[in-house]
Each structure stands twice: as structure tokens, then as C-alpha cells.
Ligand binder design. Sequence first.
Ligand SMILES: [Zn+2]
Length: 273
Amino acid sequence: MNFCIPELFNFILLITILLGLSVGSFLNVCIYRIPRHESISFPPSHCPNCMNKIKWFDNIPVLSFIILKGKCRNCKSKISIRYPLIELLNCVLWIVTFIYSDNRLQCLTGFAFSSILIIVSCIDLQSMEIPDSLNVAILLLAIVKFIASLVLGGDLKDLLIDLFVGALAGSLLLYGLYMLLLKLVGKEGLGGGDVKLAFACGAFLGWKEVLFGIALSAYIGLLVILIYSIIKRKGIKGAIPYGPFLSLGFLISFLFFDDIYKWYMLKFFGLII
Ligand SMILES: [Zn+2]
């Protein structure tokens, strides 16, 4: 985002970093509790080993982990490195969103979108499932973005096309891939949760960005499998969660689609759009 006053940019960047870390800490709670069907607001944070309530000064993102040397103050059981890593990941994604967003609406919805996708990816990685509640959260975000864009003077027809055609295009393409994999490999390569995720993200992103995001996720997925097979010198057995690849593709598409599209049209067709 561009600001007339550089000091204002630096100040808001600092707020973004601090808030990004704090929300990252909350994402850890969501990643742990949502698959267990526990409330994300109650009880307050506690050690899963000794159940001791974590004091506020032991709950400072990243810093507390370093001070406590990755151990619970009470029972000395190990705290997973995953906690500070998620806090840092959320912070980094918020910084990238803040810097590369074209306007305030894209920036604010981008914060929420990237944080929800972190939860989606982590839960999919650990349980091979994408909870419906997260897809509903992305759908609600799509509706918020739709209403805000309308209030800011967006064209109703264009916004409706983005919302509905986006959701349909995303889910249909992924359903097509799902059926294709089922026929080719004979087993389910994608899950119903992935199709629902593409539906929700399609409503949020619009049809161009969601299709580009899915294509990108397939490319990244194949690249990762190829690199893994070369390093380990064996193929991957069993299912791999596709949610993290989809999330990465959608996030890149959300932030950079316009720039990539402009570059592509200029490079290959000589068109300036
Ligand atoms: Zn403990």
C-alpha cells in the first residue's frame, strides 16, 4: 500500500507486525481446539500436559517461547516449536499482505483470509480434514468483501459475477480434478473438503483468481512431489493433504494475480492492460 507520509507507513507496519504475532498466537488455539470440537474462547490458554493456566507474561508470542526455552514453566514439558513458527508465519503473511495490497479493503480482508488459510492448512496437514466451519468463515468473508466493495462504489453486476461464478468455477474445476484423479489413480486424491474450500475461496476471490489459484496449486503440488521423490528416491505412498497447496495457490493469486496477468499479457501478446 502507498502512503503519502513514510512515517505513517512505518507506524502501521509496526502495528501490523505486533497484531500479526498476536493473532498468530490465537491461530494456535484454533488449530488445537477446532478438530477436537472445543470452544476457541473458553477455557483460557492452558498447558495440555499439567492443565495449568498460562499467565499473560508466559503467553507473549515468540518471546515467551525463547525465554522459557520451549518448556512449560510449571511442569517443564516440551512446548512444540510449531507454536512460535505459526506466530511468525502469520506475522510474515500479514506484512506481505500489507505491503502488496492495492487498497485498505484488500489489506484487511487479506489479513483475515491468510489467517484462516493457515488454520485450514495446519488442520489438513495433521488430520487430512478441512472443517466446514472454516469454509463457512471464508464464505462470510466473501460476503463482507462483496458488501464493502458495493458500498465503496463497485459495480453490482461485476461483484455478483465474482461472487457466484467464482464459487461455481472454483468448485467445478476441483470436482473435475477429483473425478479425473479417481479415474486415473483409482483412489481419492482430493477430498470433499478441498472442493468446499475451492467453493468458498472462489466466492471470495472471483472466477479468474480462483482458477489461477487452483492451477498454481496443482503446479506447486507436482513440484513438491517431484522434489520429494528425487531427494528420497521413492514415490509418495498414501494420500497427501491438498489443502496447504490450495491455500498457497489462492494466497499468491489473491495478492499477485493482477501483476502476473499484466506481465503475461505484455510479455506474450504485447498488450498493456
Ligand atoms: Zn505444564
